[in-house]
Design a protein around this ligand. Structure first.
Ligand code: ADP
Ligand code: MG
Length: 702
């Protein structure tokens, strides 16, 4: 009776609030078979029923669904299989706050999808046949984890009632629903102070399964349920909680999440109008780290990002700026990375040797989670979609990641084709990576590619690369040391004040100075809002002068290869694209829709710095992209050519195989460093240009 009343109330509600949607749904039924009801509407219509929805969602939603399915609709369609789904609960429950009291209640949970199984059918109504009397009857399979099999033939529907060991399951008469299991994790930005994210598993059924992919940010409304944990020894007294998903909402764009009030907007405009806004922004990055200004500048440009473009020919060009820091240990690489992650919305910090199987990109696995289904698991770059992924010690990444990273960085997608899973996930994020050279110390005379074990093809996808060397230098060391000592001093005083509220005589004044050193020029909160406002509202375009500046710079560099066929390749079109992206980001730092000639000059300086430090062959001091791109340079190629010539010469005397010592001697006579000559020979052996059957002799492979 009660149930009927509730159903009636729902009927009234649906007619009043959802009539148009119902008509619409009936027109494209059954493809469209979910009606989404806003909780607030129900609350206005009948607060008691809304309360009931929260407290006793199972029966309430069942009644609502019944009302929906029995609805008399003028289009003449009966919505027998329709689902009623509740969205926009007023209060969101945090995953870490879920307690036993929440079980059985309706809850809205927000998070990041880290895993999703493939969509597979689940039996919702199993049909059995009695082996004795042939009676056919059905058993409803409610959401539980166990398949419900009857023990005896069903008398109520006319069966023989006998006990039966095994009923025959009539598969083609069973009713199925599509299901998918996902894992929802707390959003990284909600975590404070290095907490580990917690997660909850969610079951999705029917038309809301298969709608989302790992890396998506969603709100799931559903009913919290528990199930008993089992071990190999049987049941335990502990229960796990999962969410029976009722509805899904995909969350807004990353920067939309940042609320900007009118007051904020005033502050943003005020900051924008300051003549030194760019320098101020740079000085706001990691003030506790001394120096590294070029890198901090790159980090600011990365935060603002260039413009992702859909070109008229349907190609997409990324706007995100990838930055790589390579350097000696202890030069604050990790610190800079963590700082950037704190500033960026959807920032995510991870090690190259990530602990999850998904690593940096994604993986398809078949484990316990999927209960027989394949699971697609998102890695760091997918989870950081529309944000910034900071990957520390990227030199330690897995081989699969190294391969998949090419696509993830340039196309900004991760494709997986394994077993039943074919998926393409988005990884529209900027990558800030740090790498330690294999030998521990950075060697200027060795290629970066070799030192951090990263293929040149990947290296070339970074817009900016910085080398950070830790070389003793008294002036610099003193300044850095003073800075570190002051920041630690301030930290010490701060810790005492916080804990016991006591400042000693004479500390106050000094403390003020120390605090000022660490004060960012623009507070993190305002900086975040400033960036968000800019990314939302500013879409700069190159001015004619900026265009010609870029052209002039690029052609100027390329020119060295025009007259001299033997000259190294100085830069490629990739560097030009990087330049344009950086120009866009630079204009955005001023909230300007125009990339001026000053912007162009500024970012040319930024790129030039990298070119000088990273792309320049230290032996010739010439710009040579191959220095990092191909892992070999013009000088190396020249050397290889000389070695070949020497061997050919010696062949006249020795035949096919010539003594290595003789080759080295002649090379030395010709002015080549003996070590270098040896290195080139080794490299040529590796590349299959030389063979060596016995020790001490080599020959040319023809
Ligand atoms: P890396 O990741 O490059 O090995 P870390 O980021 O772990 O180095 O830095 C080591 C420590 O040295 C950090 O506590 C950092 O604050 C400090 N440090 C290194 N360089 C600087 C600097 N220039 N200014 C301030 N602190 C620094
Ligand atoms: Mg480190």
């Amino acid at each position: 009776m009660m149930q009927d009343l509730v159903t009636e109330r729902w009927e009234g509600f649906l007619k009043r609030y959802c009539w148009n949607e119902l008509i619409e749904m009936s027109n494209s039924y059954p493809e469209k078979r979910s009606l989404f009801v806003k909780f607030a509407d129900m609350d206005t219509y009948d607060p008691n029923l809304a309360d009931m929805l929260l407290e006793e969602p199972d029966v309430t939603i069942a009644s609502a669904t019944q009302a929906l399915r029995e609805m008399d609709i003028p289009t003449g369609v009966t919505l027998e299989e329709a689902n009623l789904r509740i969205i926009k609960l007023p209060r969101k429950l945090k995953i870490r706050d879920i307690r036993s009291g929440d079980i059985g209640k309706l809850a809205g949970i927000e998070g990041l999808v880290t895993k999703a199984t493939e969509v597979r059918p689940r039996v919702v109504e199993a049909v059995f046949e009695c082996p004795f009397c042939g009676h056919i009857f059905s058993v409803e399979q409610t959401g539980g984890r166990q398949f419900k099999e009857p023990r005896e033939c069903e008398e109520a529907s006319g069966g023989c009632g006998r006990k039966v060991q095994h009923f025959k399951l009539l598969v083609d008469r069973c009713k199925f629903a599509n299901t998918q299991k996902i894992r929802l994790q707390e959003s990284p930005e909600e975590l404070r102070g290095g907490e580990l994210p917690q997660a909850i598993d969610v079951n999705l059924e029917d038309d809301i399964s298969g709608e989302i992919a790992p890396g998506d940010r969603i709100i799931v409304t559903g009913i919290l349920r528990s199930y008993q944990r089992t071990t190999q020894f049987g049941k335990t007294p502990f229960f796990d909680i999962y969410l029976d998903g009722n509805s899904l909402e995909v969350m807004e764009e990353a920067f939309e999440e940042i609320q900007i009030t009118e007051e904020d907007e005033r502050e943003i405009m005020e900051l924008k109008n300051q003549p030194d806004v760019y320098e101020k922004l740079i000085r706001s990055i990691a003030p506790s780290i001394y120096g590294c200004n070029e890198i901090k500048e790159a980090m600011i440009l990365q935060l603002f990002a260039g413009i992702p473009k859909e070109l008229p020919d349907e190609t997409r060009v990324r706007g995100d700026i990838h930055v790589l820091l390579v350097g000696d240990p202890g030069v604050a690489k990790s610190q800079l990375l963590t700082y950037q992650v704190k500033l960026a919305p959807r920032g995510l910090y991870t090690g190259g040797k990530s602990s999850t199987s998904a690593g940096l990109t994604a993986a398809a696995v078949r484990d316990e989670f999927g209960e027989g289904r394949w699971t697609l698991e998102a890695g760091a770059l997918v989870l950081a979609d529309k944000g910034i992924a900071a990957v520390d010690e990227i030199d330690k990444m897995k081989k699969e990641d190294r391969d998949a990273l090419h696509e993830a960085m340039e196309q900004q997608t991760v494709s997986i084709a394994k077993a039943g899973i074919m998926a393409r996930l988005n990884s529209r994020c900027a990558l800030l990576a740090a790498a330690n050279p294999i030998g521990g110390r950075f060697d200027r005379y060795e290629t970066i590619s070799k030192q951090i074990n990263m293929p040149p093809t990947l290296l070339s996808r970074f817009d900016l690369i910085y080398t950070m060397m830790d070389r003793p230098d008294e002036e610099m060391d003193t300044k850095t040391a003073e800075h570190i000592i002051e920041t630690h001093y301030a930290g010490e005083v701060l810790a005492r004040v916080k804990n016991i509220g006591k400042v000693e005589e004479g500390e106050k004044e000094h403390f003020g100075v120390a605090m000022r050193i660490m004060e960012p020029a623009v507070q993190g909160d305002l900086l975040r809002k400033y960036v968000a406002w800019s990314k939302r509202n500013v879409f700069p375009v190159m001015s004619e002068e900026a265009k010609s500046k870029f052209l002039e710079f690029y052609i100027g560099l390329r020119r060295q290869g025009y007259d001299d066929e033997e000259a190294p390749v100085p830069v490629t079109a990739r560097q030009l694209e990087a330049l344009i992206r950086l120009g866009e980001a630079k204009a955005r730092t001023r909230l300007s829709n125009k990339i001026t000639v000053e912007d162009a000059e500024c970012v040319i300086e930024v790129v030039n710095y990298c070119l000088k430090h990273v792309f320049t062959d230290p032996e010739t001091d010439k710009l040579d992209v191959d220095w990092i791109n191909a892992g070999t340079t013009k000088t190396r190629r020249d050397r290889a050519r000389s070695i070949k010539a020497i061997i050919t010469e010696l062949e006249a005397e020795h035949g096919d195989e010539v003594p290595v010592e003789d080759v080295l001697d002649i090379a030395e006579e010709e002015g080549m460093d003996r070590d270098k000559a040896e290195e080139v020979i080794e490299a040529m052996k590796r590349d299959g240009l030389l063979f060596s059957r016995g020790s001490g002799v080599i020959g040319l492979v023809r």
